[in-house]
Design a protein. Sequence first.
Length: 144
Amino acid sequence: MRDALESALLREAMERDLPVLAICRGLQLFNAALGGTLEQHIEGHNFRKLRDAHPIAIVPGTRLERILGLDQYVVNSRHHQCAAAVAAGLVVAARAPDGVVEALEAPEKSFVLAVQWHPEARMDGADARLLAAFRDAVAQAALR
């Protein structure tokens, strides 16, 4: 029931071109709701007690790269599932060294971004820029 409700809300937000920042399970829901698939269990990504866990490579030219201003970043990692086949209309914006998708975005929308890590757990540096970019996108959407 939760997945159905959240999927409907996500699709409505995308139809209306409202800003979306999906975090952790949100990335998984985001991909699945739009027709992608999930890997049900992966090893080496569930480090609940670590602030930083592994690096990611950010894809050049993506919204994520423009926001963070980086091509590499170290993220926390608290998941055991991940996106497998990426849904049509989405692009991979970052990957872990083992190939696991760490960020997805919808480039045709004004601000639709999903990250596998928890930026709210580290309110400094690049994560703060990511949250500020989402805040600014919400403020802009309110003016439309």
